[in-house]
Design a protein around this ligand. Structure first.
Ligand code: NVA
Length: 207
């Protein structure tokens, strides 16, 4: 019935299987506005934000701190379009073991279970997201505490590095207040760019 009413569907769900089901039946474009597995709209927008800041999406070192989640998964997919851009993920080994199969074929993402200051010092961008996402059954706070983005982490990076977070953030958990409100944080222009990038998706779909 919805295929008769609508030109397209923007679908946000806590269960990716529901999205797969919608793809089966809905005969027009579906925009995945977030699922527990993926968040492509955020990833496309974040590439736009990186380009706005660095003039290019190529040759960048992105450091991701914390959970392995929907936002990271989609980011790891879109960086396949960016030559020589890689993601170093600092996370808990137990969380990695549960999620590793989603990343098996991707050579542009490396996982680390201990902080490596040398890798962090080469980052153009430090990114994080909430430690416990909306669909998580367990609180990952304790497992991920040592991967919080704080002033020490940001101070390892060079002057031009930036801090990104898709928001909403849990201040004091994955990021400290001084970092998210600090000079390197571009979270507000990153949020503003969702509007720009999502208009781009509609234009690409010719809607
Ligand atoms: N990883 C977060 C993203 C929120 C935009 C969540 O799924 O809750």
């Amino acid at each position: 019935v919805m295929s008769c009413y609508l030109d397209y569907l923007v679908f946000r769900t806590t269960d990716h299987k529901k999205l797969d089901l919608a793809y089966k039946y809905f005969k027009k474009p579906i925009i995945n506005a977030l699922s527990d597995l993926s968040h492509p709209c955020q990833a496309i927008s974040d590439m736009y934000t990186l380009k706005e800041n660095f003039g290019t999406i190529e040759g960048l070192n992105i450091v991701w701190m914390g959970d392995i989640n929907n936002v990271l998964y989609s980011l790891s997919e879109v960086i396949n379009f960016a030559n020589n851009t890689k993601i170093d993920v600092f996370t808990n080994e137990k969380i990695y073991l549960k999620n590793k199969d989603n990343f098996n074929k991707n050579k542009k993402i490396n996982f680390h279970f201990e902080i490596d200051e040398n890798i962090i010092s080469n980052a153009n961008c430090i990114m994080t997201d909430v430690f416990t996402s909306m669909n998580d059954k367990v609180d990952k706070e304790k497992l991920l505490r040592k991967f919080q983005v704080n002033n020490h982490i940001m101070s390892l990076t060079d002057k031009k590095s930036i801090f990104m977070h898709c928001l909403p953030a849990k201040i004091g958990s994955e990021v400290t207040e001084d970092v998210i409100k600090g000079q390197k944080s571009i979270v507000l222009s990153q949020a503003k760019n969702r509007l720009v990038a999502q208009k781009g998706i509609l234009k690409w779909l010719k809607i």
